[in-house]
Design a protein around this ligand. Sequence first.
Ligand code: R5P
Length: 280
Amino acid sequence: MLARRLGGALAADPLRRFPDGETYVRVRTPVRGRDVVVVCALDRADVRTVPLLLLAATARDLGARRVGLVAPYLGYMRQDARFGAGEGVTSAYFARLLSDAFDWLATVDPHLHRYSTLDAVYAIPAATVTAVPKIAAWIARSVSRPVIVGPDEESAQWAGAVAAAARLPCVVLAKIRRGDREVEISAPDGLRWRDHTPVLVDDIISTGGTMTATARELRRARFPQPVCVGVHAVFADGADAALRRAGVARVVTCNTIAHPSNAIDVRDVLADGVRALLDR
Ligand code: R5P
């Protein structure tokens, strides 16, 4: 779809695995003097990064004019500080790897918390597009009497923007993370909005811990069954089951990572971001 929208050719099967698990790269489509656009969602980034870097290096070696990366989901953004002694600030190291390999980057709603823009870590031009208007439109169409709930301070930028775009009330709760999968969410303040459908909005659903703890807290406060909306369906092992157990009414995501919950199409916004970079 992106190739069609950008008026480009689609290179067929440039990657395959050797029997020993290493990556074989062969770009048969001529790339000399052309813009090459590599599309790769960077969930499961550890598995995908080596083939991605090898493909970018091959395109450069074959004389591509520029090699750009479209990462609808950009991984490794959450380790944006040294939270404990000896930890790596892996967002910065990962950004360095990609900045060396590519000439530009386009992505959807990266997890910008302690970094205010991608330029703080990426040394290449970056287009950041947002799914917020699409999410707001989906909620307005699909949920009756919604109140937007941001599970924590980090989600406030998405929850607040969705609420503003759809002219809906918004509540932001507080989260304490106890471990990779264990989080505690504060109880909603007072009984306001209890006759509304809570729509939980966050950028990433990974273990589902944040959404499930929020859903449980809201149910305890006697809100109706919540709807969960995430931009990126990372869905680590067990997330689907955890969300089902928490009794949420529906889980919906954007199609930045292919997943059965994808219901909000952001390809056109992403294509516009890529077009702006290619026109530079
Ligand atoms: C991080 O702070 C993000 O905004 C999300 O809240 C978080 O990534 C969700 O992770 P999980 O689904 O594992 O709770």
